[in-house]
Write a protein that binds this ligand. Structure first.
Ligand code: SF4
Length: 504
């Protein structure tokens, strides 16, 4: 079943735009940004909108433009799949004046659009919800393609690769609360009403794009969030609150109290919170989550040793981690997932052994409480202070993974690991430049498995040294043309400050 919380305007002769999601429908329906932009487009006059996914049955209707939302580095596979089904050439230069306009936005594009500059006719850099309306107004004029691109290039936050030499990343003031406009059992988050409570995070961990690309931290007013909760509860009992740093909302406790009161008065609410900040866990928060049906939760410690956490600006003390686990157990959760990275620059065997020491302490203090350690490997991201850093060698990371798996198993603790091999390719994609264009197409055409990446790299003989081993501080970076705040100088100073911090 699907419940639409808005009334789409049907305009048969309107400009025919496809809202394309480069993965299956279940993920599209769970993507708040994509769904909200689709709602915006469907509520506009003179537009005819179709939502398409990689598993959609394609219609005979020919789109005049396709808007892609890219959230993950490997989403290019889905982009090509949808274009191929429509016989649309992948490269912008191979498309004619009469081909549909192909454009994209989303975190991947905002972080570094350069690997995709030969594919999309234009891209949206930054928060999409307001720029998108301006873009739609121009598309609706049905000018020629070159006239449209010329007009689009004038909009702040729109990057037309053939025209713009610089682009300003747009950061909007949050006003109207964003929520799931279609509640569906087909969604990956089945029948869940997701509400964005806050955007960004003021903690500025040195690797984190959720923070650095969304500064300053912004949030919606309490009353607007409550109105959204009430709207959701009219249609479902599953409510999820979203935000990188929800607990920093000045009225966070009040929001939780509001929900708790409802549950205590007999209302059946299943409550989900996207992430718990380790140092912001309170007995009341855990009790509310438990009342809302949550059995386990996740905390992110990012690194096991205090030395490394200091380096990445995650200023979390061991006592705070132990306290978070204790409060989670004492207040009714059945288990906790502890998320961390390995391969952070300067990491030593001592840092890795700190995981084992920490796990031992947690285990002995929390008997019967189910703990899982979940590890990914460090992927340096553009527009953060660690954008210059070296990515650790895959073999060495895999050795660390095996070691941790073995040692944690000895303690009776489960562990999960991301694939170091895939994280390697993610590094290449996220720090790459436009030399990757043919490479991406080749990877897609050969099925997108790891072997396809290796053979594509061989075929095009791309020098990946900087993408993987890192950039020098005085290098021009592929994404330098994006004007973001904080600026490159700030990121550089922060990188140096953090390096000094662990040397002193
Ligand atoms: S606390 Fe989490 S969201 Fe905030 S900067 Fe650190 S890693 Fe990013």
């Amino acid at each position: 079943m699907k419940t639409l919380l808005y009334t789409p305007k049907i305009s048969k002769d309107g400009f025919h735009l496809w809202m394309a999601y480069p993965a299956c429908e279940a993920f599209a329906l769970a993507s708040l940004g994509y769904m909200w932009l689709s709602k915006i487009a469907e509520e506009e006059e003179n537009l005819s909108i179709e939502q398409v996914y990689t598993d959609s049955a394609m219609t005979q209707n020919r789109p005049e433009a396709l808007a892609f939302s890219m959230s993950f580095d490997f989403d290019f596979m889905g982009v090509f799949e949808i274009l191929e089904k429509q016989n649309i050439p992948f490269l912008a230069n191979n498309r004619t004046e009469y081909s549909p306009l192909i454009f994209a936005g989303g975190p991947v594009i905002t972080t570094n659009p350069e690997p995709y500059k030969n594919i999309f006719d234009f891209m949206i850099i930054g928060d999409g919800e307001y720029i998108f309306i301006k873009v739609l107004d121009i598309l609706k004029k049905r000018l020629t393609k070159s006239e449209t691109l010329l007009e689009l290039a004038q909009i702040e936050g729109v990057y037309v690769p053939n025209i713009n030499k610089r682009v300003i990343k747009v950061t909007e003031v949050l006003n109207k609360v964003i929520y799931t406009p279609i509640i569906s059992e087909k969604s990956y988050f089945k029948d869940t009403f997701i509400i964005e409570v806050a955007r960004g995070c003021m903690n500025r961990c040195a690797f984190c794009t959720a923070s650095y690309l969304n500064l300053p931290f912004r949030y919606y007013e309490y009353n607007k969030i409550i109105d959204a909760i009430e709207l959701g509860l009219k249609h479902t009992n599953k409510i999820a609150l979203l935000g990188a740093q929800i607990s920093a909302h000045p009225d966070f406790e009040k929001i939780m109290k509001y929900l708790r009161k409802k549950i205590e008065s007999g209302m059946n609410i299943e409550l989900g919170i996207s992430s718990l900040r380790t140092d912001a866990i309170t007995p009341e928060l855990i009790k509310t989550l438990v009342l809302g049906g949550q059995k386990t939760s996740t905390i992110a410690i990012e690194a096991a040793s205090e030395r490394l956490r200091k380096f990445i600006n995650k200023n979390l003390k061991e006592e705070q981690i132990l306290n978070a686990v204790k409060l989670s157990r004492e207040n009714g959760l059945k288990g906790l997932k502890i998320y961390s990275m390995i391969g952070i620059p300067t990491e030593t065997q001592d840092d890795i052994d700190e995981f084992i020491k920490l796990a031992k302490k947690i285990k002995s203090e929390n008997k019967g409480f189910e703990i899982t350690f979940s590890f990914s490997t460090f992927v340096p991201k553009p527009q953060t202070p660690l954008q210059w850093a070296k990515r650790e060698d895959t073999k060495s990371l895999e050795k660390k993974q095996k070691y941790l798996e073995k040692e944690l198993a000895k303690l009776g603790i489960n562990s999960k690991f991301s694939s170091a091999k895939w994280d390697y390719w993610q590094t290449l994609l996220s720090r790459g430049d436009d030399r990757l264009t043919e490479f991406l197409i080749e990877v897609y055409q050969n099925g997108g498995k790891i072997g396809a990446y290796k053979s594509a790299l061989k075929k095009y003989d791309i020098d990946t040294d900087k993408f993987i081993n890192g950039y020098n501080l005085n290098d021009t970076l592929p994404w330098d043309f994006i004007e973001n705040n904080p600026k490159k100088e700030f990121l550089m100073n922060e990188y140096n400050r953090l390096l000094k911090r662990i040397k002193s």
